[in-house]
Design a protein around this ligand. Structure first.
Ligand code: ABU
Length: 361
Protein backbone atom coordinates (compact mmCIF):
# COMPACT_ATOMS: atom_id res chain seq x y z
CA UNK A 1 0.00 0.00 0.00
CA UNK A 2 1.57 3.27 1.09
CA UNK A 3 5.13 1.95 0.98
CA UNK A 4 4.69 1.20 -2.70
CA UNK A 5 4.86 4.90 -3.37
CA UNK A 6 8.12 6.80 -3.60
CA UNK A 7 8.44 9.35 -0.85
CA UNK A 8 9.34 12.91 -1.75
CA UNK A 9 11.51 15.01 0.51
CA UNK A 10 10.95 18.71 0.12
CA UNK A 11 8.94 20.38 -2.56
CA UNK A 12 10.47 19.45 -5.89
CA UNK A 13 7.25 19.98 -7.76
CA UNK A 14 7.01 22.11 -10.82
CA UNK A 15 3.28 22.73 -10.60
CA UNK A 16 0.42 23.14 -8.20
CA UNK A 17 -3.02 21.69 -8.72
CA UNK A 18 -5.60 23.73 -6.84
CA UNK A 19 -8.63 22.11 -5.24
CA UNK A 20 -11.38 24.39 -4.01
CA UNK A 21 -12.77 22.92 -0.78
CA UNK A 22 -16.18 24.24 0.21
CA UNK A 23 -17.25 23.24 3.71
CA UNK A 24 -19.93 24.10 6.25
CA UNK A 25 -18.43 25.61 9.39
CA UNK A 26 -21.61 27.45 10.20
CA UNK A 27 -25.25 27.16 9.27
CA UNK A 28 -27.96 29.71 9.80
CA UNK A 29 -28.70 27.94 13.10
CA UNK A 30 -25.20 28.40 14.46
CA UNK A 31 -21.73 26.91 14.48
CA UNK A 32 -21.01 23.51 12.96
CA UNK A 33 -17.81 22.46 14.74
CA UNK A 34 -17.57 19.10 12.96
CA UNK A 35 -16.88 21.01 9.73
CA UNK A 36 -13.36 21.58 11.05
CA UNK A 37 -12.74 17.82 11.12
CA UNK A 38 -13.77 17.62 7.45
CA UNK A 39 -11.22 20.32 6.60
CA UNK A 40 -8.61 18.50 8.70
CA UNK A 41 -9.37 15.27 6.81
CA UNK A 42 -9.01 17.00 3.43
CA UNK A 43 -5.73 18.57 4.48
CA UNK A 44 -4.46 15.26 5.82
CA UNK A 45 -5.25 13.55 2.52
CA UNK A 46 -3.51 16.32 0.59
CA UNK A 47 -0.48 15.97 2.85
CA UNK A 48 -0.37 12.21 2.24
CA UNK A 49 -0.91 12.47 -1.52
CA UNK A 50 1.91 15.00 -1.75
CA UNK A 51 4.18 13.16 0.68
CA UNK A 52 3.87 9.87 -1.16
CA UNK A 53 4.33 11.50 -4.52
CA UNK A 54 1.13 10.20 -6.02
CA UNK A 55 1.31 12.94 -8.62
CA UNK A 56 4.98 13.17 -9.59
CA UNK A 57 6.06 16.74 -10.23
CA UNK A 58 2.78 18.15 -8.92
CA UNK A 59 1.53 19.17 -5.52
CA UNK A 60 -2.10 19.39 -4.52
CA UNK A 61 -3.17 22.52 -2.70
CA UNK A 62 -6.48 23.14 -0.95
CA UNK A 63 -8.26 26.49 -0.94
CA UNK A 64 -10.87 26.46 1.83
CA UNK A 65 -14.06 28.44 2.27
CA UNK A 66 -17.32 28.24 4.24
CA UNK A 67 -20.70 28.09 2.46
CA UNK A 68 -22.70 28.38 5.70
CA UNK A 69 -24.99 25.75 4.15
CA UNK A 70 -26.43 28.51 1.98
CA UNK A 71 -26.56 27.98 -1.83
CA UNK A 72 -26.14 31.72 -2.47
CA UNK A 73 -23.02 31.88 -0.32
CA UNK A 74 -21.70 28.65 -1.89
CA UNK A 75 -22.02 30.04 -5.42
CA UNK A 76 -20.44 33.32 -4.32
CA UNK A 77 -17.44 31.46 -2.82
CA UNK A 78 -17.11 29.41 -6.00
CA UNK A 79 -16.99 32.48 -8.24
CA UNK A 80 -14.64 34.20 -5.83
CA UNK A 81 -12.19 31.32 -6.35
CA UNK A 82 -12.78 31.09 -10.10
CA UNK A 83 -12.02 34.78 -10.59
CA UNK A 84 -8.89 34.69 -8.42
CA UNK A 85 -5.41 34.35 -9.91
CA UNK A 86 -5.46 30.57 -9.30
CA UNK A 87 -6.92 28.00 -11.67
CA UNK A 88 -9.24 25.66 -9.82
CA UNK A 89 -9.04 22.15 -11.27
CA UNK A 90 -11.35 20.32 -8.86
CA UNK A 91 -14.13 21.16 -6.41
CA UNK A 92 -14.40 19.30 -3.11
CA UNK A 93 -17.78 19.71 -1.41
CA UNK A 94 -20.11 20.16 0.10
CA UNK A 95 -21.98 18.48 2.95
CA UNK A 96 -25.23 20.38 2.35
CA UNK A 97 -27.20 18.98 -0.56
CA UNK A 98 -28.88 22.26 -1.46
CA UNK A 99 -25.48 23.97 -1.79
CA UNK A 100 -23.94 20.99 -3.59
CA UNK A 101 -26.80 20.87 -6.06
CA UNK A 102 -26.45 24.56 -6.94
CA UNK A 103 -22.73 24.08 -7.50
CA UNK A 104 -23.27 20.89 -9.50
CA UNK A 105 -25.42 22.91 -11.92
CA UNK A 106 -22.62 25.43 -12.42
CA UNK A 107 -19.40 23.34 -12.56
CA UNK A 108 -19.98 21.96 -16.11
CA UNK A 109 -19.73 25.53 -17.48
CA UNK A 110 -16.19 25.66 -16.06
CA UNK A 111 -15.18 22.05 -16.75
CA UNK A 112 -14.50 21.47 -13.07
CA UNK A 113 -15.05 18.03 -11.61
CA UNK A 114 -16.86 18.04 -8.26
CA UNK A 115 -16.79 15.49 -5.45
CA UNK A 116 -19.01 15.81 -2.42
CA UNK A 117 -18.23 14.03 0.83
CA UNK A 118 -21.49 14.64 2.66
CA UNK A 119 -24.43 15.49 0.40
CA UNK A 120 -26.91 12.67 0.52
CA UNK A 121 -29.79 13.90 -1.62
CA UNK A 122 -30.74 11.23 -4.22
CA UNK A 123 -31.44 14.07 -6.69
CA UNK A 124 -27.69 14.37 -7.15
CA UNK A 125 -27.53 10.85 -8.60
CA UNK A 126 -28.93 12.08 -11.93
CA UNK A 127 -25.91 11.76 -14.21
CA UNK A 128 -27.63 13.61 -17.10
CA UNK A 129 -28.36 16.59 -14.92
CA UNK A 130 -25.04 16.57 -13.07
CA UNK A 131 -22.43 15.09 -15.45
CA UNK A 132 -19.40 16.28 -13.46
CA UNK A 133 -20.69 15.32 -10.03
CA UNK A 134 -19.39 12.44 -7.89
CA UNK A 135 -19.66 11.70 -4.18
CA UNK A 136 -18.07 9.42 -1.63
CA UNK A 137 -21.11 9.47 0.66
CA UNK A 138 -24.02 7.15 -0.10
CA UNK A 139 -27.35 8.75 -1.09
CA UNK A 140 -30.23 8.51 1.38
CA UNK A 141 -32.05 6.06 -0.88
CA UNK A 142 -29.27 3.51 -0.32
CA UNK A 143 -30.64 2.90 3.19
CA UNK A 144 -34.03 1.77 1.95
CA UNK A 145 -33.10 -1.90 2.03
CA UNK A 146 -31.98 -1.62 5.67
CA UNK A 147 -35.26 0.08 6.60
CA UNK A 148 -37.33 -2.61 4.90
CA UNK A 149 -35.31 -5.40 6.56
CA UNK A 150 -35.69 -3.72 9.96
CA UNK A 151 -39.47 -3.50 9.62
CA UNK A 152 -39.64 -7.10 8.32
CA UNK A 153 -37.45 -8.35 11.17
CA UNK A 154 -39.98 -7.16 13.75
CA UNK A 155 -42.86 -8.59 11.72
CA UNK A 156 -44.56 -5.23 11.25
CA UNK A 157 -47.02 -5.38 8.36
CA UNK A 158 -48.33 -1.82 8.04
CA UNK A 159 -46.46 1.43 8.03
CA UNK A 160 -47.12 5.07 7.22
CA UNK A 161 -44.77 7.70 5.83
CA UNK A 162 -44.53 11.32 6.94
CA UNK A 163 -42.41 13.39 4.63
CA UNK A 164 -41.40 17.03 4.31
CA UNK A 165 -42.60 18.15 0.88
CA UNK A 166 -39.21 18.63 -0.76
CA UNK A 167 -37.83 16.54 -3.62
CA UNK A 168 -34.75 15.38 -1.72
CA UNK A 169 -36.99 13.73 0.92
CA UNK A 170 -39.86 12.61 -1.32
CA UNK A 171 -37.73 10.77 -3.87
CA UNK A 172 -36.17 8.12 -1.60
CA UNK A 173 -39.44 7.70 0.27
CA UNK A 174 -41.35 6.95 -2.93
CA UNK A 175 -38.83 4.24 -3.77
CA UNK A 176 -39.07 2.94 -0.21
CA UNK A 177 -42.83 2.49 -0.50
CA UNK A 178 -42.29 0.33 -3.61
CA UNK A 179 -39.64 -1.69 -1.74
CA UNK A 180 -42.06 -2.24 1.16
CA UNK A 181 -44.77 -3.45 -1.19
CA UNK A 182 -42.39 -6.01 -2.70
CA UNK A 183 -41.90 -7.38 0.82
CA UNK A 184 -45.64 -7.44 1.58
CA UNK A 185 -45.45 -4.53 3.98
CA UNK A 186 -48.33 -2.14 3.29
CA UNK A 187 -47.83 1.57 3.39
CA UNK A 188 -51.34 2.57 4.45
CA UNK A 189 -50.89 6.30 4.24
CA UNK A 190 -48.26 8.70 2.90
CA UNK A 191 -48.51 12.19 4.27
CA UNK A 192 -46.45 15.16 3.15
CA UNK A 193 -46.15 18.32 5.15
CA UNK A 194 -44.66 21.80 5.16
CA UNK A 195 -44.09 24.24 7.99
CA UNK A 196 -47.46 25.79 7.12
CA UNK A 197 -49.55 22.68 7.70
CA UNK A 198 -47.52 20.24 9.82
CA UNK A 199 -49.85 20.41 12.82
CA UNK A 200 -52.91 19.43 10.76
CA UNK A 201 -50.93 16.77 8.89
CA UNK A 202 -49.66 15.23 12.13
CA UNK A 203 -53.25 15.05 13.40
CA UNK A 204 -54.24 13.19 10.21
CA UNK A 205 -51.33 10.83 10.80
CA UNK A 206 -52.43 10.28 14.40
CA UNK A 207 -56.00 9.57 13.31
CA UNK A 208 -54.77 6.93 10.85
CA UNK A 209 -53.69 4.99 13.95
CA UNK A 210 -50.59 3.58 12.26
CA UNK A 211 -47.79 3.11 14.77
CA UNK A 212 -44.79 2.38 12.54
CA UNK A 213 -43.90 5.75 11.05
CA UNK A 214 -41.18 6.27 8.46
CA UNK A 215 -40.34 9.96 8.37
CA UNK A 216 -38.09 12.12 6.22
CA UNK A 217 -37.29 15.73 7.00
CA UNK A 218 -34.44 18.16 7.50
CA UNK A 219 -32.69 18.57 10.83
CA UNK A 220 -34.00 22.12 11.00
CA UNK A 221 -37.60 21.00 10.78
CA UNK A 222 -37.28 17.83 12.89
CA UNK A 223 -37.28 19.55 16.34
CA UNK A 224 -40.43 21.51 15.43
CA UNK A 225 -42.18 18.33 14.27
CA UNK A 226 -41.13 16.33 17.33
CA UNK A 227 -42.31 19.09 19.64
CA UNK A 228 -45.75 18.66 18.06
CA UNK A 229 -45.33 14.86 18.25
CA UNK A 230 -44.91 15.39 22.00
CA UNK A 231 -48.03 17.54 22.25
CA UNK A 232 -50.10 14.98 20.37
CA UNK A 233 -48.70 12.14 22.46
CA UNK A 234 -47.42 10.28 19.41
CA UNK A 235 -44.34 8.89 21.15
CA UNK A 236 -43.35 6.29 23.71
CA UNK A 237 -43.91 2.54 23.65
CA UNK A 238 -46.85 2.71 21.25
CA UNK A 239 -44.97 4.38 18.40
CA UNK A 240 -41.89 3.62 16.30
CA UNK A 241 -40.44 6.55 14.38
CA UNK A 242 -37.74 5.72 11.82
CA UNK A 243 -35.64 8.55 10.42
CA UNK A 244 -32.45 9.12 8.47
CA UNK A 245 -29.52 9.99 10.72
CA UNK A 246 -28.10 13.43 9.89
CA UNK A 247 -25.45 13.43 12.61
CA UNK A 248 -26.67 16.78 13.99
CA UNK A 249 -28.14 16.49 17.52
CA UNK A 250 -31.23 18.37 16.44
CA UNK A 251 -33.16 17.40 19.58
CA UNK A 252 -30.98 19.89 21.47
CA UNK A 253 -32.50 22.76 19.45
CA UNK A 254 -34.77 25.31 21.06
CA UNK A 255 -38.45 24.87 20.26
CA UNK A 256 -41.75 25.75 21.85
CA UNK A 257 -41.33 22.56 23.92
CA UNK A 258 -38.97 22.32 26.88
CA UNK A 259 -35.80 20.21 26.42
CA UNK A 260 -37.21 17.44 28.58
CA UNK A 261 -40.42 17.35 26.50
CA UNK A 262 -38.42 17.14 23.29
CA UNK A 263 -36.16 14.44 24.75
CA UNK A 264 -39.23 12.43 25.73
CA UNK A 265 -40.63 12.62 22.19
CA UNK A 266 -37.39 11.30 20.63
CA UNK A 267 -36.82 8.50 23.13
CA UNK A 268 -36.82 5.26 21.16
CA UNK A 269 -36.38 7.04 17.83
CA UNK A 270 -34.68 4.77 15.27
CA UNK A 271 -32.01 6.58 13.23
CA UNK A 272 -30.66 4.83 10.14
CA UNK A 273 -27.14 5.72 9.18
CA UNK A 274 -24.24 4.50 7.08
CA UNK A 275 -21.12 3.21 8.77
CA UNK A 276 -18.13 5.12 7.47
CA UNK A 277 -15.22 3.55 9.29
CA UNK A 278 -12.82 0.73 8.49
CA UNK A 279 -13.37 -2.30 10.66
CA UNK A 280 -11.26 -5.36 11.57
CA UNK A 281 -8.11 -3.24 11.65
CA UNK A 282 -8.13 -3.03 7.85
CA UNK A 283 -5.96 -0.31 6.36
CA UNK A 284 -6.59 2.16 3.59
CA UNK A 285 -4.51 2.74 0.47
CA UNK A 286 -2.47 5.20 2.56
CA UNK A 287 -1.88 2.66 5.33
CA UNK A 288 -4.29 4.17 7.85
CA UNK A 289 -6.67 2.26 10.03
CA UNK A 290 -9.63 4.03 11.58
CA UNK A 291 -8.00 4.78 14.93
CA UNK A 292 -4.83 6.13 13.34
CA UNK A 293 -6.85 8.22 10.91
CA UNK A 294 -8.88 9.84 13.70
CA UNK A 295 -5.79 10.53 15.79
CA UNK A 296 -4.14 12.25 12.82
CA UNK A 297 -7.02 14.73 12.52
CA UNK A 298 -6.09 16.36 15.82
CA UNK A 299 -9.70 17.26 16.50
CA UNK A 300 -11.59 16.29 19.70
CA UNK A 301 -13.17 12.88 19.07
CA UNK A 302 -16.68 14.16 19.75
CA UNK A 303 -16.22 16.77 17.02
CA UNK A 304 -15.17 14.32 14.31
CA UNK A 305 -17.74 14.43 11.55
CA UNK A 306 -19.13 11.18 10.17
CA UNK A 307 -18.14 12.66 6.80
CA UNK A 308 -14.45 13.13 7.76
CA UNK A 309 -13.35 9.74 6.43
CA UNK A 310 -15.40 10.35 3.28
CA UNK A 311 -13.66 13.71 2.85
CA UNK A 312 -10.25 12.05 3.12
CA UNK A 313 -11.29 9.50 0.51
CA UNK A 314 -12.71 12.16 -1.80
CA UNK A 315 -9.29 13.82 -1.99
CA UNK A 316 -7.63 10.46 -2.65
CA UNK A 317 -10.18 9.76 -5.40
CA UNK A 318 -9.26 13.09 -6.97
CA UNK A 319 -5.55 12.35 -6.78
CA UNK A 320 -5.88 8.85 -8.19
CA UNK A 321 -7.94 10.06 -11.11
CA UNK A 322 -5.27 12.66 -11.86
CA UNK A 323 -2.48 10.10 -11.62
CA UNK A 324 -0.42 9.60 -14.78
CA UNK A 325 -2.68 11.96 -16.63
CA UNK A 326 -0.18 13.75 -18.84
CA UNK A 327 -2.87 16.10 -20.03
CA UNK A 328 -3.64 17.42 -16.61
CA UNK A 329 -0.52 19.47 -16.28
CA UNK A 330 -1.44 22.65 -14.50
CA UNK A 331 -0.11 24.67 -17.41
CA UNK A 332 -2.52 22.95 -19.80
CA UNK A 333 -5.72 22.99 -17.77
CA UNK A 334 -8.04 25.92 -18.28
CA UNK A 335 -11.76 26.33 -17.86
CA UNK A 336 -12.41 25.55 -21.52
CA UNK A 337 -10.74 22.13 -21.45
CA UNK A 338 -13.76 19.87 -21.72
CA UNK A 339 -11.49 17.08 -23.00
CA UNK A 340 -9.54 17.05 -19.72
CA UNK A 341 -12.61 16.96 -17.51
CA UNK A 342 -14.09 14.17 -19.66
CA UNK A 343 -10.94 12.16 -19.01
CA UNK A 344 -11.30 12.84 -15.25
CA UNK A 345 -14.89 11.61 -15.41
CA UNK A 346 -13.85 8.47 -17.25
CA UNK A 347 -11.17 7.70 -14.67
CA UNK A 348 -13.31 8.60 -11.68
CA UNK A 349 -16.07 6.31 -12.92
CA UNK A 350 -13.78 3.29 -12.92
CA UNK A 351 -11.77 4.08 -9.79
CA UNK A 352 -11.30 1.29 -7.27
CA UNK A 353 -9.28 1.67 -4.08
CA UNK A 354 -9.49 1.02 -0.36
CA UNK A 355 -10.40 4.21 1.47
CA UNK A 356 -10.61 5.02 5.18
CA UNK A 357 -14.39 5.00 5.00
CA UNK A 358 -15.72 1.49 4.81
CA UNK A 359 -16.39 1.47 1.08
CA UNK A 360 -14.01 0.56 -1.66
CA UNK A 361 -14.32 3.07 -4.49
N1 ABU B 1 -24.86 16.43 5.39
C1 ABU B 1 -26.05 16.00 5.95
C2 ABU B 1 -26.91 15.29 4.92
C3 ABU B 1 -27.98 16.18 4.43
C4 ABU B 1 -27.64 16.82 3.14
O1 ABU B 1 -27.19 16.12 2.23
O2 ABU B 1 -27.82 18.03 3.01
Amino acid sequence: MIKEYRRVNGNNSSGIIYILGLFELTTKWGKRPEGLSEIAAAELAIKHVNHYNILPDYRLKLIVNDTRCDPGVGIDRFFHAIYSDKTIVLLLGTSCSNVTESLAHVVPYWNILQISFGSTSPTLSDRNKFPLFFRTVAPDSSHNTAKVKFVKYFGWKVVATFCQSKGEFLLPLNNLITDFEKENVTCVTSITFSLDNYKEQLKILKNSDIRILIAAMSTEVAPIIFCEVYRLGMYGDDYVWILQDRQEMWWNSRTECTSSELYKSVEGLILVSDYNVLTDNKTSISGLNNEFFESKLRVPKEQISKYASLTYDAVWAMALSLKDLGLVLQQEFNYKRNDIVCEFVRRMSSLNFMGVSVSTY
